[in-house]
Design a protein around this ligand. Structure first.
Ligand SMILES: [Zn+2]
Length: 190
């Protein structure tokens, strides 16, 4: 057990800050630190963030993995915030202290991703709709090939009906599927 103690600290290079659960006093400036404040232990002595030269950092609560990862990446200096859970008898990660510029940059990037995801979702919906329309068109062509007397409009209506799903989205009912001789000719989504 004892031999593990040091290596555990070594493999984790992150600076740790505690969100305290009972009040403390900064050993350097004497400031009273109430429950919930941040504290750094340096050589067994509690320090407030000002005295630890970390008061320029901003707190980012855990919960958004991408934002956390990016904030940490862009921050020259960061610290993990831990708090002791009385019920679970262990320290638990609460969030991260990072430079505000890093957090702003990370937030911008995450927002950019969000916009890009929205665009690709919309694009996929358009492609699906085009693919459905094309499928109905091919289907009606096949109906007319099989029943040369069938008027174009009627063939299209039959095809449209056969391809309609309950959801309102065009799909392939079993009848329509059976009719589909060459599925690979269907347009593929981008
Ligand atoms: Zn202090």
């Amino acid at each position: 057990m004892e031999s593990n103690h040091k290596s555990q600290g070594d493999q984790n290079d992150e600076m740790v800050i505690f969100s305290i659960i009972s009040s403390s006093i900064c050993s350097e400036c004497g400031a009273e630190l109430i429950k919930g404040r941040f504290l750094k232990m340096e050589k067994e002595k509690p320090l407030c963030l000002e005295c630890a030269d970390l008061d320029h950092l901003v707190y980012l609560q855990s919960g958004n993995a991408a934002l956390t990862r990016r904030s940490k990446k862009y921050s020259n200096l960061s610290a993990v915030v831990m708090r002791f859970s009385r019920s679970r008898h262990r320290y638990e990660r609460q969030g991260l202290l990072v430079e505000s510029e890093a957090l702003i940059r990370a937030e911008k990037e995450c927002k950019g991703d969000e916009a890009a995801r929205k665009i690709s979702r919309e694009r996929a919906a358009v492609v699906r709709e085009l693919a459905d329309k094309e499928y109905v068109r091919q289907f009606s062509v096949k109906i007319r090939m099989q029943y040369p007397g069938c008027p174009a409009q009627e063939a299209e209506a039959i095809a449209d009906h056969a391809c309609q799903k309950y959801s309102g989205r065009v799909g392939r009912s079993s009848g329509a599927k059976a009719f589909d001789a060459n599925p690979s000719s269907r347009p593929k989504p981008l």
